[in-house]
Design a protein around this ligand. Sequence first.
Ligand SMILES: Cc1ncc(COP(=O)(O)O)c(C=O)c1O
Length: 438
Amino acid sequence: MIFIGFQPNACKKDLGIALSFLLLPWKWVSLRKGIAIQKAEEWLKNFFDSKYCVTFDSGRTALQKGLEAFGISKGDEVLVQGYTCVVVVNAIKWAGGSPVYVDITRDLIMDPQDLEHKITDKSKVLIIQHTFGKSADLEKLLAVTKKYNLKVIEDCAHTIGGNYYGKKLGTFGDIGMFSFGSDKVVSSVRGGALICNDEFLGNKIQALQSKLPLSTRTKILQYLINIPVFMLLKPLYQYGIGKWILAVCKKLNITGRIMYEKEKRGEQVSFYPSKFPNALAELLVFQLEDLDEMNAHRKELGDIYMHGIEHKKILPILDSDTIPLRFNVLVEDPKKLQKIAQESGIVLGNWYDDVITPCSIGIEGMGYKSGECRTAEKYSKMSVNLPTNRNISTKDVLKIIELINNFTEEKGDTRVFPLSSVREGRGESCGHRTQGGE
Ligand SMILES: Cc1ncc(COP(=O)(O)O)c(C=O)c1O
């Protein structure tokens, strides 16, 4: 079967590390503390040429602590794009801020014009998200933040190594935030980091992190177990038994979760925020060694999708610097496509199937007012993500392309997209910079 998720980055090396921590009791002393954390932070500092790098249990915790470092207080508004993850909004709330939703363009990134409309006297921070690895329109967004004196966090949960006109994403804002969650660019099952160059901010972030508790041993073991469980059960998934065992593991809390039900309801869990555990940092250090290779692979697969999908209007708008974490297409009936794909043994992704997702209390419960981000509402209802991870081969991609081409042909999916933003004809590639926008 072809999977978009289920520990998509995990390879034999990760399995070896996870099993060594799980099976060799003398390694348990280094589950929570050890040199791997410093190694990971040093690696990231070198890569981004940043003065400070501080790790956390996850990207969401990193985001929360980054916002706290700006000293936001009750009533302060944090601008964030619609078409985002519920944990981003939770991080704003836990830091004491109020989310204000900004609409997106056809590129699925923040609309600078709408940003300016949403700014008030209470606006303090802008979170700039590089959705699926596509860089935001930094030039325009940063011009707005300068004009209104806003602080900036770049949310790089979907990119490590992507560029904007030759400069690394994550180095444009006051703070850059990264995620090492299980479906991200590199994965230590769970983890996150902040980078910055400002001394005051760097010291503040370090002080905030030092007050956090260590992750519990139980949680760390649960996340380590994810690797062997997912790697071993994936081949059995098609027979039903794999799916069943995975469900049991989840139910019995044998494996760690990417997101807990409470978080989907906009509530806080008791065991986080916390520090980044050493055992997971060890996984991260090894994953980072393969970053270039994994990014090159994603780019190559992105190009194959671009060339192969016949219905050009459903394609994402990418540019030469985009490394697609997931290749997102926009179709009339995404659920039907996912169902048909599953019947052919392909599990596609549903990230961002709503303006704020996955959210079990309705997006209004997250402070969103219906109609305030119309483009995000429209495109979230059409989004399906295609895989680009290291376990996906060219043959897999060709199979997915065939499925998509049959699906769009069958459905006559000729809905009108803003054509100015999509180049027609075969042969468009990730290697061309195209400008989008409603
Ligand atoms: C855009 C975005 N930002 C931040 C996060 C949070 O990252 P993490 O899962 O490491 O907490 C996510 C989660 O998937 C995300 O999609």
